[in-house]
Design a protein around this ligand. Structure first.
Ligand code: ASP
Length: 371
């Protein structure tokens, strides 16, 4: 079996090149230009927004910030940024190289929202495309609808000139799927409820053994930005939960859950256990909290506390009676204040005029989800 580079190794290997690229990006020194209009421009994202790099050594947040402050439309900049992660073959939670569903098929989810234009678009369970965020953007730009799923989403992408690749799967992801299949095959004889739990447990066990990245048993990028004019946009894109039941759609493409943007208020998005977020529509809650004047961090904490309160099923609790899963939110307001919060400690990415950074999220609880 080919040795797979973990996301951390990938980041480490490309770190030096990345730092050199940061230093040479003159846009980060142009403070007066980026301050016009009274808003401090910022791009904020999940931690992978500052790990995956393009051929020039540029990360998602760096790319989006540079494009945005050079005058590109904010959503265009964010979609270009997340495409760096979507196209990175060394990560396993976003875009075509994400881990597949239970049938070994890669199905991707994404949505985006344009604050000033008050338009949004999404795709769910789309197959055969490498980078679904652009397809989500095309749904917003070219149709009267918000969400296209499955075959319909794929046909739409094809019609828009996006390359469709049958059977698209990363070789490392396919090998991991084979291992998962080997471990779970006998369980097909169990009743559906026990089987579903066993599938989940086998996937989690493989992550704990280091066969897959524990952080990306779930895996996603959410990336939000505001430019100097206070124009806010956001995008979320993912391959969803590893080994999911075919057709399962998570929070990422659902407005109010995986992403919500209000052009006058701000943006919020998520990574982590999508089902927990869907029950609370947390990105919507966070934007509404910010509308009432809450700082992005406090707004995010309100959502996390609500998720914790609504998590009562024993199978979802750890030995301390707390949620046994990760969930994180990344948000910014129209003034350029931003934050990343998570159920347990984690990291997030941000880029301002000072350059890209990886920061610690504010955790709701100490320790780990599995304690
Ligand atoms: N939230 C995504 C989902 O549930 C997965 C993730 O963020 O890791 O599909």
């Amino acid at each position: 079996m080919t040795k797979r580079m973990t996301r951390r190794e990938f980041a480490r290997a490309s770190g030096a090149a990345g730092l050199a690229a940061v230093a040479s990006k003159s846009v980060f020194a142009q403070a007066p230009a980026v301050r016009a209009g009274g808003t401090k421009p910022v791009v904020v994202a999940s931690g992978n927004g500052n790990t995956s790099k393009d051929a020039a050594g540029v990360t998602c947040v760096q790319k989006a910030f540079t494009m945005m402050t050079q005058g590109a439309d904010v959503l265009d900049a964010l979609v270009a940024g997340v495409s760096i992660v979507e196209l990175d073959p060394n990560q396993s939670g976003v875009g075509w190289s994400g881990l597949p569903n239970a049938d070994g098929v890669v199905q991707l989810d994404s949505c985006c929202m344009h604050g000033p234009k008050k338009r949004a678009g999404g795709v769910a369970a789309i197959e055969g495309v490498r980078a679904p965020a652009r397809v989500a953007q095309l749904v917003a730009e070219e149709t009267d609808h918000h969400l296209l799923v499955g075959k319909g989403a794929q046909e739409f992408a094809r019609a828009m000139g996006v390359k469709i690749e049958e059977g698209l799967i990363n070789e490392n992801a396919r090998q991991r799927w084979l291992e998962w299949k080997r471990r779970t095959d006998p369980l097909h004889y169990l009743d559906p409820k026990t089987r579903a739990q066993a599938w989940y447990d086998a996937g989690l066990q493989m992550a704990l053994e280091g066969l897959t990245d524990i952080e990306h048993f779930w895996g996603t990028i959410n990336c939000n930005g505001v430019n100097a004019k206070g124009e806010v946009c956001g995008v979320t894109t993912t391959s969803g939960l590893a080994w999911k039941i075919p057709g399962r759609v998570g929070d990422s493409p659902i407005l109010g859950a995986g992403l919500y943007v209000d052009g006058e208020v701000g943006a919020a998005g998520s990574t982590g256990r999508g089902e927990a977020n869907l029950y609370g529509l947390c990105s919507f809650v966070i934007v509404e909290e910010m509308r009432r004047g809450a700082h992005p961090k406090d707004a995010g904490m309100t959502a996390l506390k609500r998720v914790q309160k609504n998590t009562i099923e024993k199978r979802l609790l750890n030995s301390r009676g707390l949620p046994n899963f990760g969930l994180s939110f990344y948000m910014l307001n129209a003034k350029g204040d931003y934050a990343g919060v998570s159920m347990y400690s984690g990291s997030y990415a941000a880029c301002t005029e000072n350059g890209p950074q990886t920061l610690k999220t504010e955790p709701l609880f100490e320790g780990r989800a599995t304690d």
